[in-house]
Design a protein around this ligand. Structure first.
Ligand code: NAD
Length: 329
């Protein structure tokens, strides 16, 4: 590793992925020396990082090799994850739990051993109890509503376990941690096809692939509600949290709640097409979800404000390009 004494160092685990890629580039632009690690290269965006290691973080030797000094900041974003089509079907439960838990166990141990100065862990809104998310118009996702625990997926249970794991390392070994619960982050350079894509990219793809006058499929009645946060605002929240004294867990999400039908309509509006929606059976997740931003405003004096439509416009443009490239290749 070549870095001068004054340069701050950051390690981004999961830099081959969507948020990790954006984060690694932002840290570079802020002047950090950055190492990224992932199972794969970032296929959607060029990374400006100083070092990129292809490695499997389930393997303790790999983790020991990439955490080779007391990094100023470590961002643990690597996880076996995907959208509803990946985490709610039940078929991937064992992998999701085993792979992500193993990564987090390895990272907590090694970060403590190497005296990493500050560690960020990305949990998820999927750890909130299902019972508070039955009413699409009035979900309760305040941070302190997490217990008694009852996530609706094994993905959510693993996130809850790992939140507790990092907090235990904080209490017992002094590992300085920050824990955020992300709520549906979206934007360009994310997975847009193949089964692991999430709703915003999936809607943009379906709209981009369909001829004017045609129809697109929506899972369920489309009246399930969610909020979606544009990736730039997510990173702003992460960086502000890292610079704050608050350990978390803290929601990082938008509180502009929409139905999935509305989300699809936004994508359709930007396409200039008129499409109809066909509602089909599919994995759905909870009925209603929205970020509660009371605590983030209190702790960081800040919360996301960008309208969903603006983020969907940028994402649609990018996904449309990907669809066109795929059609011409
Ligand atoms: P992503 O799938 O694009 O990125 C995760 C990356 O982790 C992938 O590139 C994957 O290859 C890598 N990874 C998986 N297993 C690995 C292993 N064994 N070794 C090394 N790398 C491995 O997902 P993302 O959307 O960028 O999410 C980043 C983090 O944020 C994840 O922890 C996710 O659970 C969390 N999160 C994301 C959202 C969202 O809406 N995107 C919402 C809540 C929480």
């Amino acid at each position: 590793m070549v870095t001068n004494d004054t340069e701050r160092t950051a390690l981004v685990l999961g830099a081959g992925g969507f948020i990790g890629g954006h984060l690694a580039n932002r840290l570079k632009r802020e002047g950090y020396w950055v190492r990224g690690v992932d199972l794969k290269h970032n296929e959607h965006q060029g990374l400006l990082v100083d070092d990129f290691v292809i490695g499997d973080l389930r393997d303790m030797d790999v983790v020991a090799r990439v955490i080779d000094h007391d990094f100023d900041e470590l961002y643990q974003l690597a996880a076996d994850m995907g959208g509803a089509g990946y985490i709610f079907t039940g078929e991937n439960d064992a992998d999701v739990m085993h792979n992500s838990a193993q990564i987090n166990l390895n990272v907590a141990h090694e970060a403590t051993l190497k005296k990493v100065k500050k560690l960020f862990y990305s949990s998820s809104a999927c750890m909130y109890p299902e019972r508070n998310q039955m009413d699409p118009n009035n979900p309760n996702l305040a941070e302190d509503s997490a217990y008694p625990a009852e996530p609706d997926s094994e993905y959510g249970w693993e996130k809850l376990f790992s939140e507790r794991l990092f907090l235990a390392f904080n209490r017992n070994y002094g590992l300085d941690v920050r824990i955020a619960r992300f709520h549906n982050i979206f934007g360009p350079y994310g997975t847009w096809t193949g089964g692991k894509e999430k709703a915003p990219a999936a809607m943009c793809r379906k709209v981009a692939e369909t001829e004017d006058g045609g129809e697109i499929e929506i899972w369920g009645d489309g009246e399930q509600t969610r909020s979606f946060l544009y990736v730039d605002e997510c990173l702003e929240g992460v960086r502000r949290m890292m610079n704050s004294e608050f350990l978390g867990p803290l929601n990082i999400g938008s509180d502009e709640m929409v139905t999935i039908n509305q989300l699809a309509k936004y994508a359709m509006d930007f396409s200039g097409k008129t499409l109809s929606f066909r509602h089909v059976d599919g994995p759905l997740g909870v009925r209603g979800r929205n970020s509660d931003n009371t605590l983030i405003k209190e702790k960081l004096g800040w919360a996301p404000t960008q309208p969903l439509r603006d983020g969907v416009a940028k994402t649609f443009r990018w996904v449309k390009e990907q669809v066109q490239n795929a059609q011409h290749s």
